[in-house]
Design a protein around this ligand. Structure first.
Ligand code: PEP
Length: 392
């Protein structure tokens, strides 16, 4: 079973104090959640304070970018060694805003991903198509390229431990969310691509999370999809309560309950159809017994009228027969895709704290960051002219 993974990307929001206030409000809300990997990604400046504020909790802290270079003359850059020394556990790599606004390439994503893994931190590698690419039917080509080149030269073991975030660019900060069908198709495609590149076992273990206008109101529906293993959340991650609700919607218990309920309802309907099918067959004369007679009538012909009985029973038998076959096929397909089974999937790695922060959370809690929560989410990325690649 893959442990759900939910991360809040705060982008260029929140001061250091606001980040710490958020942690104070958020931690109690997810205190009892031990079955979801939760990560907060503040600005670079707030990373050490947030790592301290989250302390020995299970919550990871991610940088929104990193340099692939270990050190040197790279003005404005931050190294993996610096992140690790501050107790940072994860790094978001290749976010569409970095690709579009700062010219980040698949080769750069690959270099950063490999360097991050080598440094002992966990990458969250973002991929996703623009609206124009989707509308010109190039979604899968774009994703194949981003996954193929971005993860090139990784080992199957490294891919098994990886988090890939599928974020359709047209859904980021726009309020437009991918439909379950769209998300399902893409997540399955990415997993197939991973399987062909790194093998079935790695693909089955790799967590593929969805990002793009995830909110408390739509999270459960997305998380219920078999290949969606969590969420990368922007706007709704800025407010502790709404992010905690998304975490709650991602819990495996809830996901399995939904699957189990669906499977129980469909199985019960199928049993009813089977019983009705047996009944209508038995009600026909000469087919093993005459139920109408058993209930006090003088036979099905009498109960339904000679012609009407034959017509009604024949039709009912046909309908039940069709429902029987459709039901059998539905349950078979569900079993194949793992929708109805709580035993499907394989064990995936949870994240490891690179260096658990040791300082305690500061004393009295303050008000939650309401002003920040009320702030508008980020504007849609408008495909600005690519600027030269940032120095690595
Ligand atoms: C994001 O920035 O990664 C993101 C998914 O943003 P939002 O949830 O606001 O669409």
């Amino acid at each position: 079973m893959r442990t759900p993974f939910v991360a809040a990307n705060w982008k260029m929001h929140k001061t250091v104090d606001e980040a710490v206030d958020y942690a104070r409000s958020f931690l109690p809300l997810v205190d009892a959640v031990s079955d979801v990997d939760i990560v907060l990604a503040p600005s670079f400046l707030a990373l050490p304070a947030l790592a301290t504020a989250t302390g020995s909790s299970r919550i990871g802290v991610a940088a929104q970018n990193v340099s692939a270079e270990p050190q040197g003359a790279f003005t404005g850059e931050v190294s993996l060694g610096m992140l690790r020394a501050s107790g940072i556990t994860h790094v978001i790599i290749g976010h569409s805003e970095r690709r579009q606004l700062y010219g980040e390439t698949d080769a750069g994503v690959n270099a950063k991903t490999r360097a991050t893994i080598e440094a002992g931190l966990s990458p969250i590698v973002c991929v996703g198509e623009t609206l124009e690419e989707r509308e010109s039917d190039r979604t899968f080509d774009v994703l194949d390229r981003q996954v193929g080149e971005g993860l090139s030269a990784l080992t199957p073991e490294q891919v098994a431990a990886l988090v890939v975030a599928y974020e359709p660019v047209w859904a980021i900060g726009t309020g437009r969310v991918a439909t379950p069908d769209q998300a399902d198709a893409v997540h399955r495609h990415i997993r197939q691509q991973l399987a062909s590149q790194f093998g079935e076992a790695s693909a089955a273990a790799c967590r593929i999370i969805y990002g793009g206008s995830v909110k408390p109101g739509n999270a459960a529906e997305l998380m219920a999809l078999a290949d969606v293993d969590g969420a990368l959340v922007g706007g709704a991650g800025l407010e502790p309560t709404s992010f905690a609700e998304i975490v709650a919607a991602s819990r495996p218990v809830r996901r399995y309950n939904q699957k189990i309920m669906l499977s129980i309802v469909l199985t019960a309907l199928y049993v009813v159809v089977c019983l009705l099918l047996v009944a209508v067959v038995l009600m026909q004369q000469g087919k093993g017994g005459d139920i109408a007679a058993a209930f006090g009538g003088s036979g099905s012909q009498t109960a339904f009228g000679a012609r009407a009985g034959a017509t009604v029973l024949t039709r009912a038998t046909t309908v039940m027969g069709v429902l029987f076959m459709v039901g059998a096929m539905t349950l078979a397909i569900m079993g194949q895709r793992g929708t109805g089974s709580i035993l499907s999937g394989v064990d995936g790695p949870g994240f490891q704290q690179a260096e658990p922060a040791t300082l305690p959370v500061d004393s009295a809690p303050t008000e939650a960051d309401e002003a920040e929560a009320a702030a508008p989410t980020d504007a849609p990325v408008e495909a600005p002219a690519a600027t030269p690649a940032e120095p690595q």
